[in-house]
Design a protein around this ligand. Sequence first.
Ligand code: ZN
Length: 275
Amino acid sequence: MSQQTTIAKTVRFTGTGLHSGKDVTITLMPAPADTGIVFARTDLPGAPRVKAAAANVTATLRATTLEDGAAKVFTVEHLLAVFFALEVDNCLVEITSVEPPVADGSALPFVELIQEAGIIPLAAPCRVIDVTAAQIVRLPDKFIAILPYDGLRISFTSVNPHPLIGIQYGDYEITAATFVREIAPARTIGFMHEVEALQAQGLALGGSLENAVVYDGDKILTPLRFPDELVRHKILDVLGDLALAGRVRGHVIAVKSSHTLNTALAKQIAASGQK
Ligand SMILES: [Zn+2]
């Protein structure tokens, strides 16, 4: 689509925040061209707003946090991945807490929500960022890079010491259809020993066997949707973070990348202003 888009009607979704454990409702509303994806914290005085943009990322521990003045939201990456993959450029997301609902731990419920709303074109051209030169962000044992490519493709290598996981590799040409079928249903993964430590720090309070693939010792407590569900979810997280740079096209190659590296790459792409 060469025109910007928004959703056709207002839709609503209620659930629990993964880390906060709080009940929350998101209301997705149509927005005019050049709005972008904007969150409005309707639980705070004056409903302060923060735009989903790389420059507004303030933390990346466990989830991506966006902040602008009094407006703060976190764990926004799954919702942003859906807007990105389904090519919704503009939307106002009213949110009644700091964090969107975790839903089932995947992006599928948000796909269904946007499909229920419908997507309409707006009378303004969309700005596609075509990567014209390779860019890389790295740490000693991990990296994420983007190369020029006719389309959007993500190749991810995940390395996990758990005996049931090990090394997983996923390589997908990302279109709305492949995203909905192969990536959106992949859920967050958690480990029992980590969950207990996180909950002691006031995190993962909304986590349960209904919204994550949970491993305990050498066992798995939840049936998998895909044998390589973990790497598919890593690709979902890359998409959500990459969305912060805009409608990017290129081939992303990542090894053991996390929100920290993903958002650093998004910042680099946004700052380089490649057209
Ligand atoms: Zn995730």
